[in-house]
Write a protein that binds this ligand. Structure first.
Ligand SMILES: C[S@@+](CC[C@H](N)C(=O)[O-])C[C@H]1O[C@@H](n2cnc3c(N)ncnc32)[C@H](O)[C@@H]1O
Length: 296
């Protein structure tokens, strides 16, 4: 199944799209948000980034007829301020990974599909899940699962992984985690139906792709790329990312550079969640660039 974009109307509303403006889509994915932006532009343009080459290649094909209005780049968003030098009217980041990435077994993101221990968004990247799972020491592994997976049983899981090494593939890893944290006790503890390996897989993916570091670096500079009155929207899918966005927006607000528009996070409607259950954990925050000049 293809990736379904989340909170599209909300993003468009918060960005208050100017048909002549320049917009940055930092997480192009399948291009759902980019398509919604392009629909509203006349002489405006979208500059879209994704660190996944296959997303950019598919984008060139899908948006062949929009080449005058759309520039696609295979880059990490943490370096966007070095790549794009013009002021922009809007910035969108829809964090995490796409359904297309999860469902491609060869990428190794899913515990439900047998695949290699990879989990890299950028296929050329040297650090993979295999290195972390089979070579990090038990302490490092436990800390990472605790920090990025918010998994309280991290020590137990790390011990089980180290004992079972070498871990062959995603299915093997999921089995080892499930054995270490049986479903019944996991469900009682988390009062949820999620698979016991969900948090461990999330943690390893975040570490492999340095996802929190990427968001921190992005938010340290991106607000300064906005023209006065320009807006930035960020969609995050777990509390660690959302915390970074919230604190960073607050800091820029205190400095007088941004005005936060979302005092409370915006979530998908019940209709959206019914049509796309994967959207249920999405959280949107938005802010507007003030007139204040800031030395760069
Ligand atoms: C949730 S999907 C975006 C979906 C997209 N908004 C759509 O409507 O199709 C996130 C995308 O961001 C990309 N991505 C994640 N972190 C990135 C980073 N640091 N730099 C560039 N792209 C990144 C992923 O490769 C993935 O394709």
């Amino acid at each position: 199944m293809r990736h379904k974009s989340v909170l599209v109307q909300e993003v468009i509303d918060y960005l208050k799209v100017d048909p002549k403006g320049v917009y940055l889509d930092l997480t192009f994915g399948r291009g759902g948000h980019t398509a919604a932006l392009l629909d509203r532009l006349t002489t405006g343009r979208v500059i879209a980034l994704d660190r996944d080459k296959s997303a950019i290649e598919a984008g060139h094909e899908r948006f062949m007829n929009e080449s005058g209005k759309l520039q696609l780049m295979c880059e990490k968003f943490s370096s966007v301020s070095e790549i794009v030098r013009e002021p922009v009217q809007g910035i969108l980041a829809d964090l995490g990974i796409s359904r297309d990435q999860i469902e491609d077994a060869n990428r190794g993101f899913s515990f439900q599909r047998q695949g290699p221990l990879r989990m890299t968004m950028d296929a050329k990247q040297a650090l993979t899940a295999k290195e972390i799972v089979n070579h990090y020491d038990e302490r490092q592994l436990a800390d990472l699962i605790y920090q990025f997976g918010e998994e309280r049983r991290s020590r137990r899981i790390a011990r089980a992984i180290v004992r079972e090494r070498p871990i062959r593939d995603t299915t093997h890893l999921a089995e080892v985690v499930e054995k270490a944290v049986p479903r019944t006790s996991f469900r009682q503890r988390h009062k949820s139906q999620i698979h016991p390996a969900t948090r461990t897989f999330q943690a390893i993916r975040i570490a492999v792709n340095d996802e929190i570091g990427e968001v921190e670096k992005l938010l340290a500079t991106a607000p300064l790329m906005l023209a006065p009155g320009g807006r930035m929207t960020v969609i995050s899918f777990h509390s660690l990312e959302d915390r970074v966005v919230k604190h960073s927006f607050r800091q820029w607000n205190t400095r007088g550079v941004l005005e936060v528009l979302t005092r409370r996070i915006v979530r998908p409607s019940t209709e959206e969640i019914a049509g796309n259950p994967a959207s249920r954990s999405a959280k949107l925050r938005a802010a507007e660039r003030t007139e204040l000049e800031w030395p760069q």
